[in-house]
Design a protein around this ligand. Structure first.
Ligand code: 5GP
Length: 139
């Protein structure tokens, strides 16, 4: 399948769609997932276009992982869970639903199941407040 430049994350990169941003650098943007599987669910995307990690340049891949690690540390410190899951789905068969590469940062606590993937939209005021706290915790 060819990369669709009108996918929602491409629009976020171009500033054509809104997001609750927590981080941005030359190669990446991180923002709240609006249908979080746990409180503090953040997505990190490269600015470079690519459907899956296999189309991404090595430079963008490295920047993406570096940004994911940085943002995940901030998420962990704000949400205060003992665990953080990093997930990255390649292809519909793997469960990918938005076809622009991204990492999921999902806080985890023992005994608490994840909510369903991309199902329930969160309260935007709460997402905005959490985004501000995570942004402030990024070192
Ligand atoms: P995937 O299934 O491709 O791994 O993950 C896509 C993620 O994007 C899902 O977790 C879904 O909740 C999230 N998502 C879908 N549409 C939007 C949107 O418009 N804005 C934001 N911030 N997240 C979205």
């Amino acid at each position: 399948m060819a990369y669709d430049p009108n996918n929602i994350f491409a629009k976020i990169v171009r500033g054509e769609a809104p997001c609750f941003k927590v981080y941005e650098d030359a190669h990446t943007i991180a923002f709240m997932d609006i249908m979080p599987q746990a409180e503090g669910h953040v997505l990190v995307i490269p600015k470079e276009a690519g459907e899956t990690i296999f189309e991404l340049s090595d430079e963008s891949t490295a920047a993406l992982i570096k940004a994911t690690k940085k943002v995940a540390a901030a998420v962990k410190s704000v949400v205060k869970t003992p665990g953080v899951m990093l997930a990255q789905l390649n292809g519909a068969a793997a469960g990918q639903t938005v076809f622009h590469v991204h990492f999921h940062i999902i806080p985890r606590s023992g005994g608490i199941d994840l909510k369903l993937h991309a199902k329930e939209t969160a309260n935007f005021e709460q997402l905005k407040a959490l985004a501000a706290k995570i942004a402030a915790a990024i070192k």
